[in-house]
Design a protein around this ligand. Structure first.
Ligand code: FMN
Length: 214
């Protein structure tokens, strides 16, 4: 049995990646593999229907190398970031391309289980909703959600203290100084880390039942 964890954030080593890895760390008795989409070129589904005949997407980009990992996994941990109240675009493109598995009663992903991981500068919930909806379309049972607050780019862009449309003004008001104690970090969210470990455990418990056929 193996669990594929994917961070859809274009930022390497950021909150989404860390939280997905934390879920994988909670998995017990199954192999785990982590993939970051950061730096990968994955375009949207173009509805060409080139995948209908054999359930293999014909587009040539970095999704092609991930196809085998998706098919071979028994469970998924999909994590994404909130960009404008929805799953970030790279994650959306990645998941749209799972369209290739849906034709002619394709069973490559249907019947498997998953965990949805959502990160937002303010609100992670829209990401969870998107990933859950996606799982539903693909007949992947979502066993748990894990959410956390990540650091908006405004904390490090260099203009955060003065920019009137950024996260610092929005969350804390004008005149706020950026200090370590206001920068969101997973280390300050032990409940999210605990939820991540518990979600990993729930996945492995289900996989053990799959293994014995119950
Ligand atoms: C283009 C863009 C749009 C964003 N829109 C939102 C938003 O609508 N709501 C929100 O809560 N956070 C928003 N954020 C903040 C990110 O969700 C936040 O930085 C999060 O930590 C990103 O995940 P990561 O740290 O794993 O990269 C946005 C960030 C970017 C870059």
């Amino acid at each position: 049995m193996n669990v594929l964890g994917v961070s859809c954030s274009p930022r390497k080593d950021a909150t989404t990646e860390r939280l997905v890895k934390e879920v994988l760390a909670g998995v017990d008795g199954a192999d785990t593999e982590f993939v970051s989409l950061a730096g990968k070129k994955i375009g949207p589904c173009i509805a060409c229907l080139g995948c209908v005949k054999d359930n293999v997407c014909v587009l040539k980009d970095d999704l092609a190398d991930l196809r085998g990992k998706i098919v071979n996994a028994d469970a998924y941990v999909i994590g994404g970031a909130n960009y404008f109240s929805g799953l970030n675009g790279l994650g959306r493109c990645f998941l749209e391309r799972w369209y290739q598995f849906r034709h002619r009663e394709g069973k490559s992903v249907a019947g498997k289980v998953g965990v949805a991981v959502g990160v937002g500068g303010g609100d992670p919930k829209p990401v969870i909703e998107d990933i859950r909806t996606f799982f539903q379309y693909n007949q992947v049972e979502c066993l748990a959600d894990v959410v956390a607050q990540g650091a908006a780019s405004c904390f490090v862009c260099g203009y955060g203290e003065t920019c009137t449309v950024g996260a610092i003004h929005m969350f804390f008001g004008p005149g706020t100084k950026i200090t370590d104690d206001i920068i969101p970090s997973l280390d300050k969210q032990p409940e999210s880390l605990a939820a991540a470990r518990a979600a990993g455990k729930a996945l492995s418990d289900r996989l053990k039942k799959f293994a014995v056929g119950t």
